[in-house]
Design a protein around this ligand. Structure first.
Ligand code: SF4
Ligand code: SF4
Length: 101
């Protein structure tokens, strides 16, 4: 008799919550190269592509980037058609830890 498959019941937010993140204070591994470029960027694709919600449009028309919780997927670097994302991996010992998820 075969076992019945039971699909996982965790949603994305619950799965993300199981990750851990070690913050490298004062040394964000992703930066915006030129803030004024973001102000004049209409699409602001970075604000809709990030699975961790690190990018938000700010009320002044620019971008607020908080890399705490970044999953290191690299999507923001690829989707910015202005080449305005300076993207690096975090230093060793910092960043996302997936082993709890
Ligand atoms: S897509 Fe690039 S230029 Fe546009 S707001 Fe995001 S980081 Fe700035
Ligand atoms: S690398 Fe991925 S998770 Fe990290 S800020 Fe960019 S889009 Fe978000």
């Amino acid at each position: 008799m075969s076992a019945t498959f039971v699909p996982p019941t965790l949603n994305v937010e619950e799965k993300l919550f199981q990750n851990r993140y070690r913050v490298d204070t004062g040394r964000p591994h992703i930066r915006v190269r030129n803030e004024s470029t973001c102000v004049s960027c209409d699409a602001k694709a970075c604000t809709v592509c990030c699975p961790a919600g690190c990018w938000r449009a700010d009320p002044a028309g620019g971008i607020e980037l908080v890399v705490d919780g970044c999953l290191e997927c690299g999507t923001c670097r690829l989707i910015c058609d202005q080449n305005n994302v300076d993207w690096n991996y975090p230093r060793g010992g910092f960043g996302i830890l997936f082993k709890f998820g």
